[in-house]
Design a protein around this ligand. Sequence first.
Ligand SMILES: [Zn+2]
Ligand SMILES: [Zn+2]
Length: 648
Amino acid sequence: MNEITVTLPDGSTRRVPAGTTPGAVAAAISPRLAKAALAAVVDDRSVDLSFPLTEDARVRVVTPDSPEALHVYRHSTAHLLAAAVTNLFPGAQCGIGPATDDGFFYDFVVDRPFVPDDLDAIEKKMKELAAQDLPYERQMWSRDEAVRFFAEHGELLKVQLIEEKTAGQPDVSCYTIKDRDTFVDFCVGPHVPSSGRLKAFKLLSTSNAYWKGDANNQPMQRIYGTAFFSDKELQAHLQRIEEAKKRDHRKVGKDVGLFTFHPWAPGATFWLDKGTTLYNTLANYMREVLFPAGYVELKTPLIYNKALWETSGHWQHYRENMFLVSGRDGEEMAMKAMNCPGHMLVFGSEMRSYKDLPLRFHEQTPLHRNEASGVLTGLTRVRQFSQDDAHCFVTDAQIASEVGALLRLVQRVYGDFGLAYEAKLSTRPAEFLGEIATWDHAETALKQALEAAGQPYTINEGDGAFYGPKIDFDITDAIGRKWQCATIQLDYEMPQRFGLKYVGADNTEHCPIVIHRAIFGSFERFIALLIEHYAGAFPLWLAPVQVAILPIADRHLPQAQAVQARLAATGLRVQLDERQEKIGYKIREAQLQKIPYMLIVGDREAAEGTVAVRHRVSGDLGSRTVEEFISAASTEIRDKKVPEAVSA
Ligand SMILES: [Zn+2]
Ligand SMILES: [Zn+2]
């Protein structure tokens, strides 16, 4: 029999008979590895443990510690879900069932929407199938046979997938769980070897979906679930989900009265008074940060002739994401989805010299993106938003120092909010514009800037934009979720498209490089993050209402009003609770509204000219004069003190 050479990750080699499987290779290495093995990577291809090795190859066994393991495991669990659904709901048609970042889903065509009891029954059936340790087996079927089989079983979506994805192939990859009567799916794999490997999973929710995500297609029912290698990890995840629900910005935002939405303005926020206060606090904070750093603020038009978008390239590549508008003279126009093209026009509106650079344009005006209504979510997926956007026009020699300054700004801003974050440098993609030497130079400049700023980072090889490398920042919130917010993107392309020029020290014309950058990202998304991170209990400097004044009885009202006026005069955001309610009730209400300080005014306080100070978390802080309170609160605001415990 033919022998082949298998090369293991440590570089060692083994001679094995052709046809040996990665599962057998694992068993030959150690019984422990065989037990942990889930799948394998042969050369660069992910395969099942049962994949026959027919030629010399590099083989890596995938175990729970491998980076791709959870994905294979969750995708395999999605098939188990489909097996349970087709078993319990004869006639259900299967769509697709991918793994996601936190679990998996599977889409089905069924006669009626799933209800919570269905999920319990389906999960129970999945557990039964897992307990039976049924083999997942890959079978190559002739394409005609597969089409016939799925058509006969009413799985018309599978027929469609096979026809679309395997044109010209004689055979297609199908998987059975146990046998084709129990469950069969069209899939390229890989999967775990048997259902018994799936130990800890949970179905979470259902939602409406459409075949291929297109509302013109067949309506489907999606079941979401999650899976982990251990019950402990699963339970921890479920706890995080519960915690996330409590912090959900849509719920908290409503409870504390920050914003609302209306179906007549989908994806556009109605900021209520408190929300507007919070928004303006952030907007002005950003100005306070940016102006001393050499930025100027612009307000540019919201609607532009299509000529602008043709020049920027958005008309050709981005039009479907923009709101198109027609002028009354028939001009074709579009609402701006980003500020950059407008900033190019401003740059080009004057003769610029190298002495003007870096030139930094900051803008906070609204942007519109024509998102599909199905994907709109609270403040995180919207059609109208604003960014703390800026474009820095620099010379080649200024890239490193400008990016260095930007990194320090990011560090300062996230520090002020007590947010932990990490940086990722994305480098030249497979398809790119410009010269490799220019890219190498830019990437080196970014690395130097990151290192000089003491900013740890990881590299996403090949993940840059086609027009230049970029640095992205992921914030980790109080319950461990990541939010991508800040970005710093180098762009050699757009200034050229707009023919921008500056006169260099050599007295000849040069094209500037632009750095697109945002620190919050969008205000909407950043506010969603802040709400969920702080669970609605903002630090004093951000709280829309900073102080609630609570008179105990009507006779304390004049004193309470005097306190309110004094605090308001210093710029504190104050709310007076004049209602004829018991003081305990008023305190509870203020707590629910997450107001940081409560100042209680009763007989003693009225007589002494003091207030009884209560903090939302720390409770009773005792009696203070109004001036003492103002002084302490002002210090807390100035220092942007972040609460120690950020809990829901
Ligand atoms: Zn699969
Ligand atoms: Zn931009």
